[in-house]
Design a protein around this ligand. Structure first.
Ligand code: FES
Length: 106
């Protein structure tokens, strides 16, 4: 599938150790800025029920859902504990200058 890099935010918009919601092309995404400086992107809506992961807590590379405390590794999207049964979708991220770009489908 062709790459489709879309600018979603500036690097300065997301403090290290935090997550930020972005709405782009009808998708609800979470942008994560890890303490080590890396950026990642996942769907923002938890795979368990309806909650925004960006309302939860980022610890290292693990985001904890605010609703039932499910956890995902934001680097891989892997669900790490109950009640999560389905991994969360991830999107490739690259930083160009001060811009955060995400590879979006279509
Ligand atoms: S909605 Fe996220 S753990 Fe239940």
């Amino acid at each position: 599938m062709a790459e489709n890099w879309v600018r979603v935010a500036a690097t300065g918009d997301v403090a290290a150790g935090s997550a930020m919601p972005v709405e782009v092309r009808g998708l609800s995404l979470a942008i994560y800025h890890l303490d080590d400086g890396r950026f990642f992107c996942t769907d923002n809506i938890c795979t368990h029920a309806f909650a925004l992961l960006t309302d939860g807590w980022l610890e290292g590379s693990v985001i904890e859902c605010p609703l039932h405390a499910g956890q995902f590794d934001v680097c891989t999207g892997k669900g790490l504990c109950a009640p999560i049964e389905e991994d969360i979708k991830t999107f490739a991220v690259k930083v160009v200058g001060d811009d955060i770009l995400v590879d979006l489908p279509g």
